[in-house]
Design a protein around this ligand. Structure first.
Ligand code: F6P
Length: 525
């Protein structure tokens, strides 16, 4: 069953890939053979350029990959997503994050537009100092309590776009159930001027609920329970659980089951972004994402950036045994982007049965990793250049910096970015010792933004979202569920009970018992 839809295209690609695995193949030679290569293998969409010329491809490769796209019915799958069909088949839901940034939301999804209006009012109230805490003082700090998709996106965007922040309030993020995360954050804050945002689609996530309870205790050490209404808002689909926690109806911001956690930063989950950047900044982010949505929906396949990125990922994963992709932003502001992409890509594509439930016989999602360049050059780049792992790289950079008077430093940053992709491609074969030989022949993409603005970041994030969806269609897997995460959650309840001596430890394996006993032996309080 699996793969039968596109068997012929896959076979043709496997055969074709042999050409690039020949000993004498040189990636850099492709440029000699085709002086127009950069123009042929790059795409522009507004302030975003994708250069994919440093890849193991030529025109035949692209046409074979595009055959695969057709045989896998990617165009029909794109239409299904935009039409709001139940493409999340194991949960019987649509995956309609594109509706969250649709400028026609007022008519198409009035609930989305109403939610945006409510966020706008809340942001205005906070920015104008009209939202006051229990003592009558205006709120100065907002703490987002959420994890996974209810944290990574907003935290990354707020960090990346600090140069667009209004600085009217400070926004903080607490995700880990490790108590030091919340404690460190609360250290500099005052209960009377702090607003907590409980961001949890399910309102059932252990880490978030524990942190919310601890935050409420911290507040109630200073005042009485009525203050909860002034200091907590929640974003969730589980309105009854949030109400039970003590959150007033007017402070509840709804989500819908058709918004997947890792695709949710565009919804009310993006509230911290709107607070940090102001509503205009948040709307710009949505507008940029919408522009990429339109590109994905309408651009011909051979000029479709998400489709091309998906095909390249597929190509290396399937025929070159690539186990991972490094995403390396040459931008300190985008340092959190790889963590965000880890959830987006790995939670979506880490599957081993197809949409029909049959075991998959080929590779699916790879490992996504990376940190900001140039720092990475002084840690893991050695392995990229001379190690035995084959790691395709996505380089990301912005042509302009927001740092004043920094033109020279920024030029060094870009020069390093471009020279790393060049070094990976060309290598150095004429060395005086084997230890100094750098083989090269390592492919990469470069995504170049005109500048890091909310609009351009919106485009970039939507690009990766759609790349993930296109890949899931090629692999015939559901990108929108994450059943694998559930097991660990369930077991943690069992282990917690065993650690509290509520249940018999002997129900657990010997290793886990040993670890628990050692903790009990070492425990100080
Ligand atoms: O890690 C699993 C997961 O379910 C993610 O998919 C989700 O983003 C995260 O937990 C948080 O879930 P919630 O928003 O329901 O608290």
């Amino acid at each position: 069953m699996d793969g039968s839809r596109n068997k012929a295209a896959r076979l043709a690609l496997r055969k074709h890939s042999e050409e690039f695995r020949r000993k004498e193949f040189r990636l850099s030679a492709l440029f000699g053979a085709d002086t127009n290569r950069f123009h042929e293998y790059s795409l522009n969409h507004e302030g975003l350029l994708l250069d994919y010329s440093k890849n193991f491809i030529k025109s035949e490769t692209v046409s074979l990959l595009l055959d695969l796209v057709e045989q896998s019915q990617v165009p029909a799958a794109i239409d299904s997503m935009f039409r709001g069909e139940e493409i999340n088949t194991t949960e019987q839901r649509a995956a309609l994050h594109v509706a969250l940034r649709d400028p026609q939301a007022k008519t198409n999804t009035p609930e989305v537009s109403a939610s945006l209006d409510r966020i706008e009012s809340l942001v205005a109230e906070l920015h104008d100092g009209k939202w006051t805490g229990y003592s009558g003082k205006a709120i100065t700090d907002v703490v987002n309590l959420g994890i996974g998709g209810s944290d990574l996106g907003p935290a990354m965007v707020c960090d990346a776009l600090q140069h667009f922040a209004t600085h009217k309030l400070s926004v903080h993020f607490v995700s880990n159930v490790d108590p030091s995360h919340l404690q460190n954050t609360l250290k500099g804050l005052q209960p009377e001027t702090t607003l907590f945002v409980i961001a949890s689609k399910s309102f059932a996530t252990l880490e978030t609920l524990k942190n919310a309870e601890t935050a409420r205790d911290w507040l109630l050490q200073q005042t009485d329970a009525t203050a909860t209404a002034k200091h907590f808002v929640a974003i969730t689909t589980n309105l009854s659980a949030a109400t039970e926690f003590g959150i007033e109806e007017r402070n509840l911001y709804p989500l819908w089951d058709w918004v997947g956690g890792r695709f949710s930063l565009w919804s009310a989950i993006g509230l911290p972004i709107a607070i940090a950047l102001g509503m205009d900044g948040f709307r710009q982010l949505l507008a940029g994402a919408h522009s990429m949505d339109e590109h994905f929906r309408t651009a011909p396949l051979e000029k479709n950036m998400p489709v091309i990125l998906a095909l390249l990922n597929f190509w290396y994963r399937e025929y070159f045994d690539a186990h991972s992709t490094a995403v390396i932003p040459y931008s300190q502001r985008l340092n959190l982007l790889p963590s965000f992409l880890q959830q987006l890509c790995m939670e979506s594509l880490g599957k081993s049965v197809d949409k029909q439930g049959a075991a998959i016989e080929h590779n699916t999602g790879d490992i996504i990793w990376g940190t900001a360049g140039t720092n990475g050059q002084h840690s893991y780049f050695q392995l990229l250049h001379q190690g035995t792992e084959f790691v395709p790289v996505d380089f990301i950079a912005a042509a302009n910096s927001d740092a004043q008077g920094s033109a020279e430093a920024h030029q060094h940053l870009l020069a390093n970015c471009f020279s790393q992709s060049l070094a990976l491609m060309e290598g150095k074969l004429d060395a005086d010792s084997a230890h100094k030989v750098v083989t090269g022949n390592k492919p990469s993409n470069t995504l170049l933004l005109e500048e890091l603005t909310p609009y351009n970041l919106g485009m970039l994030l939507a690009l990766y979202e759609h790349k993930v969806y296109a890949l899931s269609v090629l692999w015939n897997i559901n990108a929108f569920d994450q059943w694998g995460v559930e097991l660990g959650k369930k077991l943690s309840t069992k282990v917690f009970a065993a650690m509290s001596a509520d249940t018999d430890q002997e129900l657990l394996d010997e290793s886990t018992q040993g670890l628990i006993q050692k903790v009990q032996h070492w425990k100080k309080d």
